[in-house]
Design a protein around this ligand. Structure first.
Ligand code: IMP
Ligand code: MG
Length: 332
């Protein structure tokens, strides 16, 4: 499956980083293309170390994978440099010249805007940076001397790679319900987060995509304000082992049970061909670290079956722990 899109199905933080790292290693990805901006953190456990990546594509765990930042992405130069250092990917990472730049002033504007504060933004400044981009006054990666050695033409690289049948993964950020178009407006982020938008940001047309994997967590979390059906108290979330803190901002995440209607919406709007269901071990603790379906309890198997039936989409990957390899791979 040369071209795969990975998209979040809820409000972000579904565990895309973990699925990404597994696919990079298992499918030997040739290219991983990150979309979006610095507000989203992808958590990846690799060789015993935890990474919370805001800029470098999650495919970095596979040493032969080329790492690209999409033309539609929005680059924070200092954070990019820091992560390139941390992951030691200087020789295989590149940025499209058309990617826009997010600056300190955008973060200041984000943090001092009462309106944006009310939405519970991450404070990185992505909304103001995208405003500037649409006003057509933004700086682009090609204007920044410090980035000169990294600048490339991402859409040409990946379309040529697809001509050669190489493995390309388009890495979405956040989730469908934070989409500017399909989410819980105005409590959303500054971009569309759906699979189509991921393709558009990268510069790949819809007919080139072979697989769309939507990542759904076995319970739901949300940071920032806005509706969350079935929201539970922090005490209840703690009791169930569903309380989390945001990888990027350290904020408390709000929690709620899995929601089938939202799962259906996510698979429909993303045209999912597969579902990756993460953190099954938080719902069924006995499944922790399990790597085959046969070992799952009857209840856990039934949950997977229900998701498949309701969404009409196969659950191909099931996460059972934080390590990249804590996964049940049900693909052929
Ligand atoms: P912004 O994207 O920083 O403008 O924040 C807008 C909304 O999206 C807020 O509710 C944020 O908490 C949420 N948000 C942005 N990025 C992420 C993410 O990566 N994970 C979860 N929520 C996010
Ligand atoms: Mg995250």
């Amino acid at each position: 499956m040369p071209c795969t899109v990975l998209a979040g199905g809820f409000w972000g933080d579904e565990g895309k980083g973990k699925i990404l790292s597994y696919l990079a290693l298992k499918d030997k990805l040739d290219f991983c293309v990150r979309t979006g901006s610095v507000n989203a953190a992808h958590t990846i456990w690799h060789e015993g170390k935890r990474y919370a990546l805001h800029m470098v594509p999650g495919g970095f765990v596979y040493p032969k994978c080329r790492l690209l930042l999409a033309p539609g992405s929005n680059v924070h130069v200092a954070q990019f440099n820091k992560e390139v250092e941390e992951t030691q990917v200087h020789k295989r990472v590149a940025i499209d010249g058309q990617a826009s730049i997010i600056e300190e002033k955008h973060s200041d504007q984000d943090k001092t805007s009462a309106h944006l504060k009310g939405l519970g933004t991450t404070g990185w400044g992505v909304g103001p940076a995208i405003e500037e981009r649409t006003r057509r006054t933004a700086k682009l990666a090609r204007d920044i001397p410090e980035l000169r050695s990294y600048v490339t033409d991402v859409s040409t690289e990946i379309n040529q790679a697809l001509d050669q049948n190489r493995q390309v993964l388009l890495e979405g950020t956040q989730g469908l319900l934070l989409s500017l178009y399909h989410g819980t407006y105005p409590y959303v982020t500054a971009r569309d987060t759906s699979a189509s938008a991921i393709c558009s940001e990268a510069g790949v047309g819809p007919t080139r995509v072979n697989q769309v994997i939507v990542v759904l967590k076995s319970f739901i979390t949300r940071v920032g304000t806005g509706p969350l059906p079935g929201e539970m108290t922090r005490e209840e979330a703690n009791k169930r082992g569903w309380f989390e803190k945001a990888a990027g901002t350290g904020r408390d995440r709000r929690s709620a049970p899995f929601n089938m209607e939202l799962a259906k919406k996510a698979t429909v709007i993303n045209s999912a061909t597969q579902i990756a269901l993460t953190k099954l071990d938080c719902l069924y603790p006995e499944s922790k670290g399990t790597r085959t379906c046969e070992e799952l309890s009857k209840q856990a198997k039934q949950f997977i079956k229900d998701v498949e039936k309701q969404t009409q989409t196969p659950v191909t990957l099931v996460g059972t722990g934080p390590d990249a390899l804590d996964i049940i791979d049900r693909r052929k």
